[in-house]
Design a protein around this ligand. Structure first.
Ligand code: ATP
Ligand code: MG
Length: 450
């Protein structure tokens, strides 16, 4: 009557078996294990969880920007394989962006990084056509942005996209409220409505009580918040932020990053954020694109890029990163080799055979909803099987193996991983099993610099 267990990689679709119920050895009902976060390097769940799941909002393919009235000769050279420098030497023409292709998904913070002059500002301005592309395609919510009429484009900018600039770009003679309402005023929104929206936006950035202040009466951080409020006032679904926090001193800058992450938790906008600061990129970015000489040289999650930098240029960005404080247990667990996962409800003897066959000493027990139940070993299974009565998995769980939480920085789980007898299971907020971290994986991750 019990469903047989299966040995499956942890991404397998769930079976339809009923939920198991385990009497604990002493007869009490086991309570789900809860994780109380200790100090976490960044706010737990601050970043979008939906980055890879959201639909594509911006689809950029093979986009070029040549700063010239006649881009064709430069394009021809580039198509034939020339570099930005070669084009400049031969034609005296600057290539801003070269063959850029990437997608930005709904709800993610997509960071563009690169050295000065690598084409970041050009790239972000192409996305709302503040700069016209010389070649390529940009599709926004299924609509071709490049061939869109001026009128349609203005509609998109008003309704969907806002931009925040590095220099706060506030009007000195306008109050915080009027500055925040400025974009709406240009868009012809009637006064009562724009005042209401601007007030709401100021409230979101914590400045509503300062609405009557002029820029000169505000600190740089406050001015940047007003800049942010102006971008938020039309409730955009996409925000383009070009080094928006770069002019702020480090403390205020961190505060603004937190502010952005908080807003993101509430509204889940799609954000494209330019930064030349790696800490900032890692802190807020769901994914990062690295630019060099007009090219996008790599796109990936911070972890993917850290683990597999495309070249020395990318590697140089990440050289001084303290991986153990940036990466979380969940980042590493997801990349673990296939683990023996035992599905419950099930019986112990086949589970033992499964472990033996797969030459694994340990198994991670989960149910069809991927809830983590416990970790067993061949020994513990054997012992439980020889017990009297009706042995169940719960009798075979290793008492000393507690799961770590996906959001915990590696730094905080190092000791646990190093001292555990097996790879340490990792669970998320809902106690779902994400994988396990072995000392070998941990060492490999931390020891990426040769
Ligand atoms: N309007 C323009 N006319 C000619 N060349 C330009 C123009 N705008 C940018 N460029 C050139 O295009 C290249 C990319 O510039 P861009 O401003 O995009 O770089 P960036 O990565 O944003 O740099 P920074 O970090 O300094 O802001 C540079 O070589 C720059 O000189
Ligand atoms: Mg720039």
């Amino acid at each position: 009557m019990k469903a047989a267990f299966e040995g499956i990689p942890n991404q397998d679709p769930a079976s339809t078996a009923p939920l198991p119920s385990y009497p604990a050895p002493n007869g009490a009902t086991p309570t789900p294990r809860a994780y109380t976060p200790a100090t976490v390097a960044r706010p737990a769940n601050a970043k979008s969880q939906a980055s890879s799941a959201g639909e594509v909002r911006l689809d950029v393919s093979n986009v070029y920007k040549i700063f010239s009235d006649d881009p064709k000769p430069a394009l021809d050279m580039l198509y034939a394989g020339a570099t930005k420098d070669e084009v400049f030497k031969k034609l005296g023409v600057t290539v801003g962006v070269k063959d850029a292709s990437f997608q930005v998904r709904s709800g993610e913070i997509f960071v563009i990084m690169g050295l000065s002059g690598s084409g970041k500002s050009t790239m972000i301005r192409l996305l709302n056509r503040l700069i016209e592309p010389s070649a390529g395609k940009i599709v926004f919510d299924g609509r071709d942005l490049v061939t869109m009429s001026r009128k349609e484009l203005i509609g998109v900018r008003r309704k969907d996209m806002s931009m925040v600039f590095q220099s706060f770009a506030l009007m000195p003679h306008l109050t915080a409220l009027d500055n925040a309402a400025f974009g709406l005023e240009i868009a012809g929104v009637p006064k009562p409505k724009r005042v209401e929206a601007a007030m709401e936006a100021l409230k979101q950035v914590g400045l509503d009580q300062y609405h009557a202040r002029y820029p000169r009466e505000m600190s740089g951080g406050m001015q940047q918040r007003v800049g942010l409020a102006r971008a938020l006032a039309n409730n955009p679904t996409i925000m383009l932020m070009d080094e928006a926090f770069s002019a702020l001193d480090p403390l205020i800058r961190t505060e603004m990053q937190d502010e952005l992450l908080r807003l993101q938790r509430e509204h889940k906008r799609t954000i494209i954020f330019i930064s030349h600061d790696l800490d900032e990129a890692m802190r807020i970015g769901d994914r990062i694109a690295i630019m060099e000489g007009g090219n996008i040289v790599q796109v990936g999650t911070p972890f993917e890029i850290l683990r597999n930098p495309a070249d020395d240029y990318v590697r140089s960005f990440f050289r001084n990163v303290d991986v153990s404080r940036v990466l979380r247990a969940g980042d590493v667990a997801r990349f673990e080799e296939e683990k023996t996962v035992i599905r419950v409800p099930g019986v112990l003897q086949p589970a033992l055979e499964q472990l033996t066959d797969s030459k694994n000493e340990y198994g991670y027990v989960r149910d069809h909803d991927n809830n983590y139940h416990g970790t067993v070993s061949r020994d513990s299974l054997e012992r439980a099987i020889t017990e009297e009565g009706q042995p169940r998995f719960v009798h075979a769980f290793l008492p000393d193996i507690d799961p770590v939480h996906a959001e915990q920085p590696l730094h905080d789980v190092m000791r646990t991983v190093a001292s555990a007898e097996c790879a340490v299971p990792v669970v998320d907020d809902q106690n779902k099993f994400l994988g396990a971290i072995s000392p070998a994986t941990l060492l490999k991750t931390l020891n990426r610099e040769k």
